[in-house]
Ligand binder design. Structure first.
Ligand code: NIG
Ligand code: FE
Length: 425
């Protein structure tokens, strides 16, 4: 409820194609729950009603009636009061805001030279993370904060309305603490990734570093975080070390997510499923047993097309996972090393072109899939009760996100029914 008790209302009309991600029986029957010639009513930042434009007037009467009953004796406002903001979508498509469930946005410096060297033939290695650790440790809180604000504006401008941010470029108690603390200033979805890579000062004794992560570091970081993550990969942490970190995080009440199977087959997926992780991310190299284990679990497979694009590795096989019944999410993995894109439309285009996804599957995976990977039910869809996180496309259909790669199709964005300050960069 806004100031003075008045309900803030916004009615979006003339939506040519509405992607609800709500496969209700009266919708088109597909996973996107498409409604054509639709309208959406927003009340106090939440979706109040969704349906065909032609049904708005009669439904408004029902809303008015409900409101009179609920607020008997009070002065009240109805849908048709003058303060309802009515927005004509001009026949364009409206989709849920993107849910980017995997980013590493708190860091110093960049690694453009490493990228250029890779494009000239050098291989991607997990060890590159250490150069960002040095630049991050050298940055002040305010420098990191300013960078983060810039990235948040960049995300909003591209239609991302919910995003996760990981630590992992501090790798000391004090630096990891400040990274999760700064991340928490911009999102609720903060992940403690002290187990990103073993820092240079512990190169000779990685288990001593794991002791630090599960002890003092976790103790100061957990209060700012919702999730714990570990990079279970050759060159990073062994399955045993990863399990220690993830179990210690879970014991403090953090949800589990895992980086795994990025650079080769390994134990990341198995570990994630064993620990009931919300998501295992990368999933580029999977055995049949990995796919079967994911299909039988509640763990989402989060695919990160920007990584394979920027490292020239083979793309993960989304088709194989979807056909096996695995829930797939797409995320940017925005970070200075392996994937310096914050664009979900770019990820959608690549996933459709090179990972065997249909445009509908890719849009679902970047919205509802991301929400599933974060175990959120209040975002990632346009149905009554959820947060009004919306993206109006400068296009008649969601298909254009893949069909017109690289074209800025995001016309307007709302987060909780409000326009974010997207031009503040
Ligand atoms: O998700 N895989 C581990 N972490 C990042 C890479 C970070 C980096 O190279 O700086 C990733 O790809
Ligand atoms: Fe990552």
């Amino acid at each position: 409820m806004s100031d003075g008790g008045a309900v803030r209302r916004m009615l979006l009309t003339n939506v040519g194609e509405l992607v609800t991600n709500d496969p209700a029986p009266d919708r088109d029957g597909g996973p996107l729950g498409i409604v054509r010639d639709a309208a959406v009513l927003i009340e106090d930042g939440r979706i109040a009603w969704v349906g065909p434009s032609a049904h708005v007037p009669s439904h408004a009467d029902e809303l008015r009636h409900e409101r009179e009953e609920r607020r008997d004796g009070e002065e009240h406002r109805t849908l048709w009061d003058a303060d309802v903001e009515v927005i004509d979508a001009g026949g364009r498509a409206l989709i849920p805001g993107f849910v980017d469930s995997h980013t590493h946005l708190v860091f110093g410096g960049d690694r453009a030279d490493e990228f250029a060297a890779r494009m000239a033939g050098r291989r991607y290695e997990a060890g590159g993370i250490r150069s960002t650790v040095a630049a991050t440790r050298a940055a002040t809180d305010d420098e990191l904060r300013a960078r983060l604000a810039h990235f948040v504006a960049e995300l909003h401008a591209q239609g991302t309305t919910t995003f996760e941010v990981k630590s992992g470029y501090g790798l000391s108690v004090a630096d990891e603490e400040r990274l999760v603390r700064l991340a928490r200033e911009v999102t609720d979805e903060v992940t403690f990734l002290g187990a990103h890579v073993v820092p240079a000062e512990y190169a000779e004794d990685p288990d001593a570093y794991v002791d630090l992560v599960v002890g003092e570091m976790l103790g100061v970081c957990a209060p700012h975080a919702k999730w714990v993550d570990a990079f279970c990969e050759r060159g990073a942490f062994t399955p045993e070390q990863s399990r220690r970190v993830l179990q210690a995080g879970a014991a403090t009440g953090l949800g589990v997510r895992v980086h795994g199977n990025q650079l080769g087959e390994g134990d990341g997926v198995r570990l994630a499923v064993e620990l009931g992780a919300a998501s295992v991310d990368h999933c580029t190299y999977l055995s049949e047993a990995d796919v079967a284990a994911l299909a039988a679990s509640d763990t989402v497979a989060t695919l990160l097309p920007g990584v394979e694009f920027s490292t020239r590795q083979p793309y993960p096989d989304a088709r194989r996972l979807i056909d096996a019944g695995v829930t797939v999410a797409l995320a940017s993995d925005c970070n200075p090393g392996s994937s310096f894109t914050s664009s979900m439309p770019f990820c959608i285009a690549v996933a459709v072109r090179d990972m065997g996804m249909t445009p509908a599957e890719a849009v679902w995976a970047s919205t509802a899939g991301g929400a599933a990977a974060l175990r959120r039910t209040d975002v990632g869809a346009i149905r009554p009760g959820v947060r009004a996180d919306l993206v109006l496309l400068d296009a008649p259909s969601h298909v254009h996100l893949a069909y017109r790669p690289g074209v800025p199709l995001v016309a307007r964005v709302w987060v909780g029914g409000e326009s974010p300050d997207r031009f503040s960069r």
